[in-house]
Design a protein around this ligand. Structure first.
Ligand code: NAD
Length: 465
């Protein structure tokens, strides 16, 4: 079949499905109205699925990686400027990690069974158009990661990005969009509404043209999507606990916890958020963390900081967003400690302190002393709050590590390293910015955004025995 005939077939299919090809055209994938973004993505997906081969997906994804790599530093700078959160150099690392280590079509595998009754294959087919909600904490990282995974699965995507990062997200989406088109892909395979809002999310969940919602962000958003009735993959909040037991290499624990908890000012959902250390190892751990560069607050400074970075309402504590992702030095300035050259603030608090129980997303790490290993586990499970996201342990005792892994039930469990390794940053395995704990897909890749379809060839067809 030549290309002209294929094009005619695609056009006929699109016409029969009632979609107008003369819809509102976007500005390189950026639309004023989400309805138009959805219609355009719908038309693009039909074309992507019917006209293009898996090899085309592979080629276009490689081009997307190259374009994103060229712009990684610009994205990092723009995110820092627009959101005011995190650290430039770490944002470059995060962007490069998703560019290099998000799998493409290679994770789409076919299952086959052949027998006397014929041949069965099960393949991973696209959902269609996906509605993807992205966070302020990893804005372009999630767009790049989701784009590779979702178009790799044969889908189109309509993004609703965080309003606090809408400019850099639009620039990133347009660069990726242009790259897809310049490399022969369809227009509007990835789209977004220029001004993101909740109404757009509601329109996405109620549109029959959107087959799957993917939410990356806080639990309020994930739960709202789950309640919408639309099939949802939810990647929600974490509050990762770290246990350091009495067999751990304390020097290594201090180094790795410092590195992980201060990376991008603790914006990553999987970053270390609180430490439970056995009493006999506590003094040394704190000493070594201070040697790494951590600033240890006094009890009085800790309580003063709590009043500044948290809001207390009806006895409940929540984070004052103004402080999310700020540098440790800036946070210390707020309590009158000036010119501290540190990436991480630490404090010693009881297990039920708000710094332990509330996900902060700041480079402020509470350390809780525990009398026994059992106590460490008990308080770590409470702090993780059933998110089933990430946990970490420093130990040489295999029984302890197994026991904690079973009790905590997190999607990611890292041992003797910063939790960053859990998303392939300095560790084995692929990278994702959408870790779907609540709905169970885990560390998502193209396979997560596909539906299984079975094809049968009956009566012993295609056998050679
Ligand atoms: P956020 O929940 O404030 O915003 C995330 C997105 O959801 C934004 O696009 C926002 O506009 C939208 N949103 C918020 N409330 C909504 C609602 N009721 N209905 C529909 N959409 C809504 O999160 P954030 O501050 O941008 O990101 C930080 C949070 O995201 C943290 O809790 C972090 O742990 C989590 N996170 C999780 C993952 C993961 O892979 N599991 C990855 C990154 C961030």
């Amino acid at each position: 079949m030549n290309e002209k005939i294929i094009e005619e077939i695609v056009r006929e299919i699109i016409n029969k499905s009632g979609i107008s090809l003369e819809g509102v055209s976007g500005d390189q994938g950026v639309f004023e109205r989400v309805e138009d973004a959805i219609d355009a993505a719908y038309a693009a997906q039909r074309e992507w699925y019917i006209k293009y081969k898996v090899e085309d997906r592979r080629r276009i994804i490689e081009a997307v990686r190259t374009a994103a790599r060229k712009n990684a530093e610009m994205f990092a700078r723009m995110i820092r400027d627009e959101t005011g959160m995190g650290r430039y150099e770490d944002k470059v690392i995060k962007n490069l990690a998703v560019i290099d280590k998000t799998p493409g079509v290679e994770c789409l595998t076919t299952d086959a069974i052949s027998g006397d009754s014929g041949l069965m294959i099960e393949e991973l087919a696209p959902y269609g158009v996906i509605g993807a909600i992205t966070p302020s904490t990893n804005p372009t990282e999630t767009i790049i990661n989701n784009t590779i995974s979702m178009i790799g699965g044969g889908n189109a995507v309509v993004f609703n990005v965080h309003p606090g990062a809408k400019k850099v997200c639009a620039v990133c989406l347009q660069i990726l969009h242009r790259t897809i088109v310049e490399n022969g892909g369809p227009e509007n395979l990835i789209t977004m509404q220029r001004e993101p809002d909740m109404e757009a999310v509601n329109k996405m969940t109620s549109s029959p043209k959107i087959r799957l919602m993917v939410g990356t962000g806080g639990m309020g958003m994930v739960n709202a999507l789950l309640r919408s009735g639309k099939k949802t993959i939810g990647a929600g909040a974490g509050n990762p606990p770290v246990i350091v037991d009495n067999t751990a290499d304390i020097e290594k624990a201090a180094k790795e916890i410092y590195r992980g908890a201060s990376f991008d000012n603790n914006l990553l959902c999987l970053a270390e958020k609180e430490v439970f250390v056995m009493e006999e190892a506590a003094d040394e751990l704190i000493r070594k963390m201070r040697e790494e560069g951590a600033y240890l607050m006094t009890a009085e400074e800790t309580e003063r900081l709590l009043d500044i970075v948290f809001i207390k309402k009806n006895g409940e504590y929540s984070v004052n967003k103004k402080w999310v992702g700020k540098d440790a030095g800036v946070i210390l300035e707020s309590i009158g400690i000036h010119n501290m050259d540190t990436r991480l603030v630490i404090c010693q608090v009881p297990h039920d302190h708000p710094f332990v129980l509330v996900e902060q997303l700041m480079p402020v790490l509470p350390v809780v002393r525990c009398k026994t290993f059992e106590e460490c586990i008990k308080y770590a499970v409470i702090a993780e709050n059933g998110n089933r996201h990430t946990a970490s342990m420093f130990s040489k005792n295999v029984d302890h590590m197994t026991r904690f892994a079973k009790e905590i039930e997190t999607t990611i469990f890292t041992k003797n390293a910063a939790t960053l390794v859990g998303v392939g940053i300095g560790g084995e395995g692929h990278t994702t910015m959408t870790i779907a704990g609540p709905t169970g897909e885990g560390l998502t890749c193209a396979r997560s955004f596909t539906r299984r379809r079975r094809c049968m060839l009956a009566d012993g067809g295609l056998r050679v025995i």
